[in-house]
Design a protein around this ligand. Structure first.
Ligand code: PLP
Length: 569
């Protein structure tokens, strides 16, 4: 990986490259730009990090703004019964971030909350540098409670959440101004968490059209209940003068301040993160025009070392131009397989040394890792242990590797982890299974490259996009998934992977029973026989994942669409 922390100011370093003057500010509650900095929880933050990395690779003049989250999301331990234990994540901020001299503040409930600013510099493949600013309220002058506003990502109650959003949005705009950024002309809100930035722009500019011309909003939530909203009676005293009467009625819905509506109201460009997600979002907010830009992943981050080596040999230039991966079709099948086995051995060695599970290099291995929550159905694969045992006995041995955190308040997500643990015990050595603790970017890198099949089972239309299957595709690992999010665009049956359940993408529900049986049928009759008995064709599928999907579902392609449609229009 090319990422480096540099101590020189980016404006000096970027001289002569696009004048080095940042024009876009990208706001996100979480940013996973470096696997050692735990200020992200999952897909949203990793996407934000990958986006900024591709901007650096393409010399797009952008800056990132986020919260420090000094104890991260949480460090996950799991006991033998499958109970998740959440510990504060200890990371040494000074090792990775530099404290800047500037300071700013916001007002929350009439109290001044001081904010200090850290930065991290990310250097792209051509040397272009992008700063990411981390806002931090752990300042001596603040009350003990206010000092904790930026302690935990997504921690606490509504009050904590709104305080964080005030710091991110309002504090973020002021932080950039205090640092002397005078050339920002687009504010990109990655999800509604940053929507309070529009209130600060309104306070300063007052002109709705002018503000709209500066704001871009990407929504990520296909479910109405998932959008951040606060009772007006609660939000008003928190925000005070920042929420003037003249805009309240435009951004409240059923007496609640709705962050998605706030962002929609002030943005000239709004998009969903896959074509299907655009449709679902458009139906939810018919009075706004919503576009689609399908997500991607940062290619050099997610290609494992063995595949980096063969890509370097066959497709030089793939790092700065991932379209180049189209020609993966011409790579020799043995080379693909050898690279895959290298990545697989690395993963199997890791789980064996850490969990003493005796997994086998040659057994068919399924991976499932992401936020553990009910709609993603982490237990669909293990819903019928008898059937799974039968399939394994009939077609060939099966290994399963799980990982993922459940949000501390998501009881059904935690139940799913327990269910997986109890299944692990009852399956009695017939199917080898393990659950890797504390899923993060580095575990994700091992898993998406090291398993043979990437499983994804969301109930549609709840998965806005999903990105982990794109990471797998970058390593020639096919996905097996319900047709939701990006997979509607990426699935070419039996060529880039397989679909689960109905292929009618207009169907708005997923039937667990139907999907489960379909999953088992395909595993038994198509997928595992191809792996065990038709290896040559299996490797063809692996190659197609790279040539067809990795070449398109990357953040370089994605950010070029943002530049053309959202930033410079
Ligand atoms: C990519 C990634 C995710 C997102 O996974 P989905 O399957 O798209 O939900 C979550 N967590 C980590 C650490 C990731 O790297």
């Amino acid at each position: 990986m090319e990422s480096t922390t540099v101590q020189i100011t980016e404006s000096k370093l970027n001289q002569g490259k696009n004048n080095g003057k940042p024009k876009i500010a990208y706001f996100s509650m979480e940013i996973g730009i470096d696997e050692r900095i735990p200020t992200y929880s999952g897909g949203l933050g990793v996407l934000a990090g990958d986006t900024l990395k591709s901007c650096a690779d393409l010399n797009v003049p952008i800056v990132g703004v986020t919260l420090l989250s000094e104890n991260g999301y949480f460090y996950q331990k799991i006991d033998d019964e499958g109970n998740q234990i959440e510990l504060p994540f200890n990371f040494n901020i000074n090792d990775f971030l530099t404290l800047l001299p500037g300071k700013t503040s916001v007002v929350i409930e009439d109290r001044t909350v001081n904010i200090r600013i850290w930065h991290y510099l990310y250097k792209g493949v051509n040397g272009y540098i992008i700063p990411v600013f981390f806002l931090d309220t752990n300042v001596e002058q603040n009350t003990p409670t206010d000092r904790e506003i930026t302690k935990y990502l997504y921690g606490g109650d509504n009050k904590y959440r709104l305080s964080q959003e005030i710091v991110l949005g309002i504090g973020g705009v002021r932080a950039l101004q205090s640092l002397g950024y005078k050339t920002i002309d687009k504010y990109h809100m990655n999800e509604g968490h940053a929507a309070t930035l529009t209130l600060e722009l309104f306070r300063q500019i007052k002109d709705l059209d002018k503000i709209r011309s500066q704001c871009v909003f990407t929504t990520h939530t296909p479910v109405a209940a998932g959008h951040d909203q606060f009772d007006l009676a609660f939000a008003k005293p928190m925000l005070g003068d920042m929420l003037p009467e003249e805009i309240i009625h435009q951004v409240t819905f059923e007496n609640r301040l709705n962050m998605t509506r706030l962002a929609l109201h002030f943005s000239h460009y709004v998009n969903g993160v896959a074509k299907k997600h655009r449709e679902v979002s458009q139906a939810m907010f018919p009075e706004y025009s919503i576009d689609a830009i399908t997500n991607g992943v940062h290619t050099p981050t997610w290609v494992s070392d063995p595949f980096q080596r063969i890509f370097d040999r066959h497709m030089p230039g793939w790092r700065s131009d991932p379209y180049t991966l189209r020609s993966a079709f011409s790579i020799d099948k043995h080379e693909i397989w050898d690279a895959h086995m290298d990545a697989k051995k690395k993963l199997i060695d890791f789980v064996n040394s850490r969990y003493n599970v005796g997994m086998n290099y040659d057994y068919f291995t399924i991976g499932f890792a992401r936020r553990q929550t009910a709609y993603k159905r982490p237990d669909l694969l293990i819903a019928d242990p008898g059937r799974l045992k039968e399939i394994s006995a009939k077609v060939g041995p099966l290994q399963i590797i799980y990982a993922g955190k459940a949000h501390p308040k998501d009881t059904s997500g935690k139940e799913a982890i327990k269910k997986i643990f109890s299944f692990k015990k009852t399956i009695g050595g017939k199917i080898n299974m393990t659950y890797i603790h504390n899923y993060d970017i580095s575990i994700a890198k091992l898993m998406v490259a090291g398993v043979d099949l990437w499983l994804n089972t969301p109930r549609r239309p709840k998965e806005a996009s999903g990105t982990s299957g794109m990471k797998a595709a970058h390593n020639g690992v096919p996905q097996f998934s319900t047709l939701d999010g990006w997979w509607i665009e990426g699935c070419v049956e039996n060529i880039t992977g397989w679909s689960i359940g109905s292929s009618d993408v207009e169907e708005k529900t997923s039937d667990d029973e139907i999907d489960k049986n379909h999953l088992y049928d395909k595993l038994e009759n198509w997928i595992m026989p191809k792996f065990y008995d038709d290896r040559d064709n299996w490797i063809r599928t692996m190659r197609s994942c790279i040539a067809i999907n990795a070449s398109f579902f990357n953040t370089n392609r994605m950010i070029q669409q943002y530049v053309l449609n959202a930033y410079f229009m």
